[in-house]
Design a protein around this ligand. Structure first.
Ligand SMILES: Cc1cc2nc3c(=O)[nH]c(=O)nc-3n(C[C@H](O)[C@H](O)[C@H](O)COP(=O)(O)OP(=O)(O)OC[C@H]3O[C@@H](n4cnc5c(N)ncnc54)[C@H](O)[C@@H]3O)c2cc1C
Length: 397
């Protein structure tokens, strides 16, 4: 052990309650159980049903997952596509630039694109069956002299030594702990879906990003097994949603009318009920995530607009580091203070950069911006990428 390594202690908590069986909640549950801590996950949904989304995993997220569950990256590689080329195009379909992805060569981990539901399944399979409690919507908590009491809408009350709010951007736990209200609408609506689809303009292991000057983007990603994840975004003053699935689909077809192949064709081929329409939200960074015996993780702690694809990747970093601090501090107070200090500054930078890149990508010169982003990726941007992807995980054995 190096001189700077904190001393290992027995876990400072015996029993942990996690709210939310999203990617962050499942990852931290696996990590805590590996430390021998009794961990239960409470999820409001009735089932872990497929969500119409794909997700990009980057070296920092993959290294975190590998630290949490050694061998998992190999399983993920079998279930995901490894992106080799990113194509930036005008909305007409004309190529602006092509970028070879060299993350594997630079950082020892690839860029993986996977269906959100496959990733959730793989993480859930790493936990015993009786750890995830579905149909449990958390409605509040009370901090006790020792520990915390958590209440659910089904009348159940559980006690734990630590409560982790991994309940996403509309976190009930954050609302009670911090009380900073509704998330901030970033001025853009998004539509996304995963569909079994093939097209000659969508080669395996490639990503296509198309942009129009009037503040619209359309992303197409091979997520393996014959599935394509598409995600569209458009500036919109209002964050009001369409009233039916059919209207959502019509909205996308209208907003992206006249776009080059295969935009209209893939939307037309997607069942209306599989298209998810959402406003893009974020929140300003917090200075503190933990109070007493309650803390936050993932989107509940640091939601960010999805322009860098770092939301889940940074949630995996949180999961590993929180689990390590709980076994490398003499008491819970120091463990949570150390978790906050090790995570907040880094995620603040990523939140800010995501917000900046997210809004730039929708400005009227977004085609120029995308070219600049590509140029920067080859010249000065590497410093930022090195910092983001080479993240040294705290106390990785
Ligand atoms: C269009 C889009 C594309 C994205 N692309 C990427 C990407 O490529 N890479 C990336 O890393 N990130 C991406 N993200 C972000 C990523 O999806 C999130 O950061 C990540 O899912 C956050 O995980 P989480 O576990 O913190 O929260 P969530 O995934 O939101 O999970 C929260 C869970 O808590 C449950 N819950 C909520 N409230 C309660 C309650 N009161 N009681 C019990 N359960 C509750 C919810 O049902 C849910 O299951 C993208 C996001 C969007 C919108």
């Amino acid at each position: 052990m190096s001189e700077n390594q904190p001393i290992q202690y027995p876990p400072v908590v015996e029993k942990v309650a996690i709210i939310g069986a999203g990617l962050g909640g499942l990852a931290v549950a696996i990590a805590l159980r590996k430390q021998g801590i009794d961990t239960q996950v409470y999820e409001k949904a009735h089932s872990l049903r497929p969500v119409g989304a794909g997700l990009t995993l980057f070296p920092n997220g993959l290294n975190s997952l590998e630290a949490i569950a050694p061998g998992i990256v190999d399983s993920l590689k079998h279930a995901a596509s490894q992106t080799r080329v990113t194509n930036f195009k005008k909305n007409t379909g004309e190529m602006i630039a092509q970028n070879s992805i060299t993350l594997m060569e630079k950082y020892g981990q690839p860029m993986l694109n996977i269906r959100w539901s496959r990733l959730q399944e793989i993480l859930a399979a790493a936990l015993p069956n009786d750890v995830i409690h579905l149909n449990h919507r958390c409605i509040g908590f009370e901090q006790l002299d020792s520990g915390v009491e958590v209440s659910f809408d089904n009348g159940k009350i559980v006690q734990a030594d630590l409560l982790i709010g991994a309940d996403g951007i509309h976190s009930t736990i954050r609302q009670k702990l911090i009380g900073d209200g509704y998330p901030h609408y970033a001025g853009r609506l998004s539509w996304r879906a995963v569909v079994q689809y093939s097209h000659e303009l969508l080669p395996a292991d490639e990503v296509v990003l198309m942009a129009a000057p009037e503040g619209k983007n359309f992303l197409l990603v091979d997520v393996s097994d014959g599935y394509i994840f598409w995600s569209a975004g458009a500036l919109s003053e209002e964050d009001s949603l369409a009233s039916s699935a059919a209207d959502v689909k019509l909205r996308v077809l209208e907003k992206f009318a006249g776009w080059g192949e295969p935009v209209q064709a893939i939307v037309a081929a997607t069942p209306a009920e599989d298209i998810v329409e959402r406003p893009i939200w974020d929140r300003p960074p917090l200075h503190r995530w933990s109070q007493g015996t309650v803390t936050l993780l993932g989107d509940a702690a640091h939601p960010m607009v999805p322009s860098l694809g770092q939301g889940a990747n940074t949630a995996f970093e949180d999961a590993w580091e929180l689990s390590r601090w709980l076994t490398h501090a003499p008491n819970i107070e120091l463990a949570l203070t150390s978790y906050d200090s090790s995570r907040i500054q880094r995620t603040q930078v990523i939140q800010a950069r995501s917000a900046f890149q997210g809004s730039r990508a929708y400005e009227s010169d977004n085609q120029i911006f995308l070219r600049e982003a590509l140029d920067q990726a080859q010249v000065s941007q590497p410093e930022f990428e090195d910092w983001m992807y080479k993240y040294q995980l705290f106390m990785r054995n």
